[in-house]
Write a protein that binds this ligand. Structure first.
Ligand code: NAI
Ligand SMILES: NCC(=O)COP(=O)(O)O
Length: 349
């Protein structure tokens, strides 16, 4: 990889996501913006035919601004047969899987410093036989990462990244959450979170809050046993090791200071939050910052980001898809790639 080039303006592989979803639209909208183009060299992995079709369809609806398909680099991949917009289909699942694989190969070949993934539809992947829970696991497998995490970071309209929430468990049924949580899993996730807060976000002594699992964080064992049996002790262990960490915090009040700080009010918000399951972390993130939040995979040797939203099949082709989360995803990827390039140059000295 050409570290000097990537440090100045990183090349980013952008996979187009499910062709039946809003991925192509939000990519064209995001790449039309000067601040995005000033921060990175985008290389879009997807079908040129699909990109051009989306462009002309949106132009007919007077959607603007849009990046012209010849204004950025495209790694042209098969378009497959006709794609039915807004429909879950195996063919579309196969294509979005191939677009992601192509982006992965580009990074492995040193052609890009990171990957930004537009949303895929997980049921379409399953229909096509790609039995991964999501893109995160494909990336972890491709890059040989055994410990990795799904971190959501959000940035207010003015200012830098403020809200950072790591999910301890992700795409599993609610009924399996308790059995999936263990002291070792939480140790791994906490290490990933502290490392990322330091390395990726430049925080020297970050403060982290850990959510309880049960109402009132278990009410001393009256409403669930996880906190009393091991979670409280695990957090005390990390405090003794010198980490700035608190919890288990009752999940209903955990987000109050984060929300106040997000609104610009004085509040004792933490630098990072560990939520124990998907919706415990993503309901507050999406309520506060749906347009500004980014999904980033931590623990990979490369940078990977994605918008916080999905394929939004219900609005495909209408021109109303909001592109701000894709913009934030590209900008965070560029920032993280730049930071990592600087760190590797500093290490090499
Ligand atoms: N980064 C990724 O690859 C992600 C993929 N997904 C996948 O997407 C598929 C659909 O998931 P859903 O739960 O329906 O969530 P979704 O985010 O696709 O849609 C939820 C609601 O939000 C609206 N919405 C979403 N993004 C929007 C945007 N940019 N602008 C305006 N409105 C927007 C949709 O119209 C819909 O009403 C699933 O297969 C899911 O697993 C979900 C989240 C992230
Ligand atoms: N809810 C987040 C999400 O679905 C993202 O999944 P992934 O495809 O990034 O693994």
């Amino acid at each position: 990889m050409n570290a000097a080039l990537h440090r100045q303006i990183p090349s980013l592989a952008i996979s187009l996501g499910d062709p039946a979803g809003i991925g192509p639209e939000v990519v064209l909208k995001a790449l039309a913006l000067a601040p995005v183009r000033e921060r990175c060299r985008p290389i879009v992995h997807g079908s040129r035919k699909l990109i051009e079709g989306t462009y002309w369809q949106l132009r007919e609806r007077s959607v603007a601004p849009l990046a012209a398909p010849d204004s950025f680099e495209i790694v042209d991949l098969p378009a497959g047969g006709p794609v039915a917009a807004g429909i879950v289909a195996a063919g579309a699942g196969d294509l979005s899987f191939a677009y992601l694989q192509s982006a992965i190969e580009a990074v492995q070949a040193g052609q890009a410093a990171g990957i930004v993934t537009a949303p895929i539809h997980k049921s379409a992947w399953h229909l096509a036989g790609h039995r991964y829970p999501g893109q995160t696991e494909v990336l972890a497998h491709a890059f040989g990462s055994e410990r990795y995490g799904m971190l959501f970071a959000a940035r207010p309209a003015t200012g830098s990244w403020a809200l950072r929430v790591l999910l301890a468990t992700t795409h599993i049924p609610l009924a399996q959450v308790s059995a999936s949580l263990s002291p070792q899993l939480l140790r791994d996730k906490l290490q990933l979170l502290f490392d990322s807060l330091k390395r990726d976000f430049g925080l020297d002594e970050p403060l982290v809050a850990v959510a309880g699992l049960n109402p009132h964080a278990g009410e001393n064992g009256q409403i669930g046993s996880e906190e009393r049996e091991w979670l409280t002790a695990l957090i005390a262990e990390w405090q003794q090791r010198g980490y700035r960490i608190k919890g288990p915090v009752p999940p209903d009040t955990l987000w109050i200071d984060a929300a106040r700080a997000w609104a610009g009010e004085p509040a004792a918000a933490c630098d990072g939050y560990l939520a124990l399951y998907h919706d415990q972390g993503l309901i507050p993130v999406k309520m506060l910052a749906f347009d500004q939040a980014v999904n980033t995979t931590i623990g990979l040797p490369i940078v990977r980001t994605s918008p916080d939203h999905g394929t939004a099949f219900d609005i495909v082709g209408q021109g109303v898809a909001r592109h701000q989360s894709m913009v934030a995803a590209i900008e965070l990827a560029a920032e993280l790639a730049g930071r990592r390039a600087s760190l590797s140059v500093a290490h090499a000295r």
